[in-house]
Design a protein around this ligand. Structure first.
Ligand code: NAP
Length: 279
């Protein structure tokens, strides 16, 4: 159960080795030790994540899952959650394959949708039911700016995030008044293992920036990281197609980054809540 300061007692994470998830968990644990159900693919990375969280005094229950197998994922998570109350669930697993490689591999393109969208939808449905029965909880779903308007350079990934985003936005509307809240997180480029080796896009942030924004925004419906991306994308999603296509190209990206850098890298002010304090 959340305490009076809105700090969770139990957190469930799918994508337990995600750098963004780990940054969020670290911040949660620095304020209060809690129970963590950590679902991820078995292996050294998951073992290391478990050790890291235990070092921060978390009581960690690892759950071995693979998001390519939705049946097993749901079964394993359901079994791990029997008799538990869940305060916060973070759906953070995902892959960003190379677009060119996907175009040569239809099976991989289909599998991408299974991992990024189908598995997230299945987990979201499971957790929404559980939280509805207990009468409280927050589901945090990691969407992406890429889901807002498809780009030629990563349209397959963007499509998976558009599906996820739409599902969790609708789920949030569906759950209004039940005590369960859904937060859709839309980061731009985050410097993590997922983007290693890629040219940083304009507005690039670190995983701790995402963690800070998510934890300050647990009472919001949508969290953009950085926040400035919300208004920028509100305009860019209406841009004529030829202009949008040009913005996806290297020189325009560099120009955009240079133009916006001074504006987005100025000192951060604390995010203020629109609905009165984090839960
Ligand atoms: N980095 C960005 O720029 C960015 C921007 C917007 C949104 N996002 C989203 O934020 C979330 C976290 O990303 P991140 O940057 O933290 O990336 P990350 O460190 O690469 O984490 C990705 C996570 O997904 C897990 N995963 C991949 N395939 C899986 C599978 N088949 N079954 C189970 N788990 C699987 C990985 O587990 P393994 O350790 O087993 O591989 C890892 O835990 C993702 O949903 C991503 O799409 C990221």
């Amino acid at each position: 159960m959340m305490n009076a300061l809105g700090q969770p007692g139990t957190v469930v994470v799918v994508g337990g080795t995600s750098e963004i998830a780990r940054a969020i968990l670290t911040r949660v644990l620095l304020s209060r030790p809690c129970d963590v159900v950590l679902a991820g693919r078995p292996g050294p990375r998951l073992d290391q994540a478990v050790r890291g969280l235990r070092a921060l005094d978390a009581r960690v229950q690892p759950v071995h899952v693979d998001a390519t197998d939705v049946d097993h994922l749901v079964g394993a998570l359901r079994a791990a959650l029997v008799g538990r109350e869940v305060d916060v669930a973070l759906i953070a697993h995902g892959v960003l394959p190379d677009q060119d490689a996907l175009e040569r591999d239809p099976v991989a393109a289909g599998r991408l949708v299974t991992v990024n969208t189908a598995a997230a939808v299945a987990v979201g449905t499971l957790l929404a039911g559980l939280m509805r029965r207990q009468g409280h909880g927050v589901i945090v779903a990691m969407s992406s700016i890429a889901g807002v308007r498809p780009r030629a350079s990563n349209y397959a990934y963007g499509a998976t995030k558009a599906g996820l985003d739409s599902f969790f936005t609708g789920l949030g509307a569906r759950l209004r008044g039940t005590g369960v809240h859904v937060v859709v997180v839309r980061p731009g480029f985050v410097r993590t293992r997922m983007t290693a080796g890629l040219d940083p896009a304009p507005f690039a942030v670190g995983s701790d920036d995402v963690a800070r924004a998510v934890l300050a925004g647990l009472d919001r419906d949508v969290v953009w990281v950085p926040r400035a991306l919300g208004p920028v994308m509100a305009v860019l999603r209406l841009a004529p197609r030829p202009l949008w296509r040009r913005l996806d190209q290297g020189p325009s990206q560099r120009l955009l980054r240079r133009t916006l850098a001074p504006w987005v890298t100025r000192p951060r002010r604390p995010q203020t809540s629109t609905r009165g304090g984090p839960r």
